[in-house]
Design a protein around this ligand. Sequence first.
Ligand SMILES: [Fe+2]
Length: 166
Amino acid sequence: MAKKSAAKSPITSSLSDADRDITGKALQATLVDLIDLHLVAKQAHWNVVGRFFRDVHLQLDELVTAARDFADNVAERTAALGVTPDGRARTVADGSGLGSFESGWRQDEQVVEAITANLGEIVRRLRARIDELDKTDLVSQDLLIGIASKFEEAHWMWQAQLAKSS
Ligand SMILES: [Fe+2]
C-alpha cells in the first residue's frame, strides 16, 4: 500500500517553502502573544480597583481592541501565506511569551506595572522577529513594524502614568 503523502496546503504562497516556514512561525508566535495580551488586558479591565480605576479600566479596553485587531491582521497574513493560523486557547496557554497575570482584585498601580512589563516584552519579541523577517518576507515584516510602533507608543503611555519627572 502506498504511503500517504503529507497534505498539501490549498493556499499557495509567493514565498519559497523555506521562507514561508520561517515567516509563518514568526507570525504564529506573534498571534499567540497578541491573543494572550488581549486576554490579560480584559482580565485586568474587570479586576482593577483603586483611585485611578476609571482611567485604567478605559485604557485597558483600548489595548484590548488594538490587540484583537492586530491578532486578526496577523492571523490573516499567516493564512495568506498558506500557513494555518492557530489561535486555540491551549495553543496560546502553551506558547505565549508574556508574563502571567495574577487572579483576583488588582490595585491600579500594580496593573499599570504589569501591563507596562507585558508591553515591553511584546515589543522586545516583535523586534527580534522583525530582524528575522528581514531576510524572508518584507511584507510580513512591515506588518510587525506597524504593530511594534503602536505598542511602543502604548508602552510609553502606560509607563508615563507611574513616572516621576525628577
Ligand atoms: Fe468593559
